[in-house]
Design a protein around this ligand. Structure first.
Ligand SMILES: [Zn+2]
Length: 278
């Protein structure tokens, strides 16, 4: 059963990422709004054209601010996963605040889809030391925030002890499946120009050059592994710009021509679970 699975995932942050960094003035808010009011619909139209089901990780803030847009995502048959309530990374939250956000957004997801989320992706890809325990407690089957492999899902450990001057002590493996990600397969660092008081993320890369990397990563999977999953991460306010939408369409067409099977991350995680039961 040689299969090379491609998962297109969309972190539907809208304005929540800007708010979590304190950027609440009208211009940064409008950058996020572009994703909700323009980018998301362009993506939905494109996915429909190629009959591709994606996975959308939607913060509670977006679910409560843009219920109609989120309804359109769900009605189009895409997976709705959990992406926090605020977009503050869990590593910067207390256990109590992290769980509060987990529950609050999950209630919104249940209201939209009829069930709690099975998949979780942490805002800014930074899990806390409590995240795995909380995800298992709240019935999640997979996480998609870590980078310990590229094409092969794996089981998440809990209770590692990591200290500066001591060797790492690894905790126990849990049944939670990790669907690994990579910043190189994420549109944000390549494209988004971000200026803060301490850093500048230049972004604005030539989208065709980035496309070449994204295609080559699939080619490596296809030529070297019998079975595997490649997970791409996009943001509607980033990929939704014209020249990037052209590249997203080229990516879909090229992957299809090269034998990729598209599916949601939830279905890919379930397939891994059947391959390698816990
Ligand atoms: Zn996000």
């Amino acid at each position: 059963m040689a299969r090379h699975i491609a998962c297109l995932t969309f972190d539907f942050d809208a304005m929540s990422g800007f708010i979590s960094r304190g950027m609440t003035s009208p211009s940064p808010i409008s950058r996020g709004e572009f994703g909700a009011n323009v980018g998301a619909q362009r993506i939905l139209d494109l996915l429909k054209k190629y009959d591709v089901q994606g996975s959308w990780y939607i913060p509670g803030h977006t679910l409560e601010t843009y219920p109609d847009q989120c309804r359109r995502v769900f009605d189009a048959g895409h997976e709705v996963g959990h992406h926090g309530w605020t977009h503050v990374s869990p590593a910067n939250l207390t256990r109590e605040k992290e769980e509060e956000g987990l529950i609050r957004a999950n209630e919104q997801i249940k209201k939209l889809t009829g069930q709690y989320a099975r998949g979780y992706r942490s805002p800014s890809w930074d899990l806390s030391v409590h995240s795995v325990e909380l995800l298992l407690k709240h019935g999640f089957t997979y996480d998609s925030s870590m980078m310990g492999d590229d094409y092969t899902p794996y089981r998440v450990r809990q209770g590692d002890v990591i200290e500066l001057e001591k060797p790492a002590v690894f905790g126990q493996t849990t049944k939670l499946v990790e669907m690994p990600v990579s910043w190189s397969l994420d549109d944000y660092p390549h494209f988004e120009f971000v200026r803060t008081s301490t850093t500048i993320l230049p972004g604005n890369m030539n989208a065709h050059h980035v496309l070449q990397n994204w295609v080559d990563d699939f080619m490596y999977l296809r030529d070297h592994l019998e079975w595997g999953v490649i997970t791409y991460t996009f943001h509607p306010f980033v990929i939704g710009r014209g020249h990037r939408m052209i590249v997203l369409e080229k990516l879909i067409r090229t992957l299809k021509d090269c034998g990729a099977v598209f599916m949601t991350l939830e279905n890919a995680a379930a397939e891994y679970d059947r391959h390698a039961p816990f």
